[in-house]
Design a protein around this ligand. Structure first.
Ligand SMILES: [Zn+2]
Ligand SMILES: [Zn+2]
Length: 231
């Protein structure tokens, strides 16, 4: 037994069984895994890795994949971990997400990145949960994880903001770490923990496409708000 396991025993958030933070039984009983993917614009079913042609004009993202519906147990875990600074849970969730990434189409010249945190938040929390998840997925997919985006300002929390407020908040919030990097790839997946309105991910995709129009940009998140339609 590792010292860390003794100091912080791994127990399932759902049933308290030791060994994992989220056991398979609780996933089956209490979590909705999204085997069927829906279009992030209109929320109708769509084949994995695409959006409806008629929805394409409303978004910069070529597709959004997500593993769980963001409710119940998953919501509790993500919330708890983010505010209790316990990043090891994200290591486990990252492995689960990586295995789930089997459903993704085989992308040629793929690179994986994550949404950067506000610098202030990162200093406070000490880790970026999206990066932890992204690195696990990249390793499993056998592709590179690269930091392609950086924050240029501390944006405010977007909870409760209108679409216009979110757009103002996100304006010029990101920059590329290097424009050169993009030339080596045709497909890019941005990993994040939760997809709510998609404003942040869409803003990242917009920036990337403004430097490389032929890049396909996808989002892959641990969870997505139930029924959420992009506004
Ligand atoms: Zn359990
Ligand atoms: Zn659609």
């Amino acid at each position: 037994m590792l010292v860390i396991d003794w100091l912080f025993p791994k127990n399932c958030y759902g049933c308290s069984k030791p060994g994992e933070y989220l056991c398979n039984d609780c996933i089956k009983k209490h979590c909705s895994v999204r085997w069927d993917q829906t279009c992030h614009v209109c929320n109708r079913n769509v084949s994995v890795g695409s959006i409806h042609i008629e929805c394409g004009a409303q978004t910069y993202l070529d597709g959004v994949f997500c593993m769980f519906v963001y409710d119940g147990l998953i919501k509790k875990i993500v919330h708890d971990v983010k505010y209790n600074f316990y990043h090891d849970v994200f290591n486990e969730l990252g492995v689960k997400m990586a295995k789930f990434s089997m459903i993704l189409p085989k992308f040629e010249k793929l690179v994986i990145t994550s949404v950067p945190l506000n610098p202030k938040k990162k200093n406070f929390r000490g880790f970026n949960q999206s990066k932890i998840l992204a690195k696990k997925v990249a390793k499993y997919q056998g592709v590179e994880y690269l930091e392609i985006l950086k924050r240029t300002k501390n944006t405010k929390s977007q909870v409760g903001m209108s679409l216009v407020e979110r757009q103002t908040n996100l304006k010029n919030a990101f920059k590329l770490t290097s424009k050169e990097i993009l030339k080596n790839f045709n497909n890019l997946i941005i990993v994040d923990d939760v997809y709510t309105t998609g404003s942040t991910l869409n803003e990242c995709a917009k920036l990337i496409k403004s430097h490389n129009q032929s890049m396909n940009v996808y989002a892959f998140t641990l969870a997505r708000a139930p029924g959420g339609v992009m506004d």
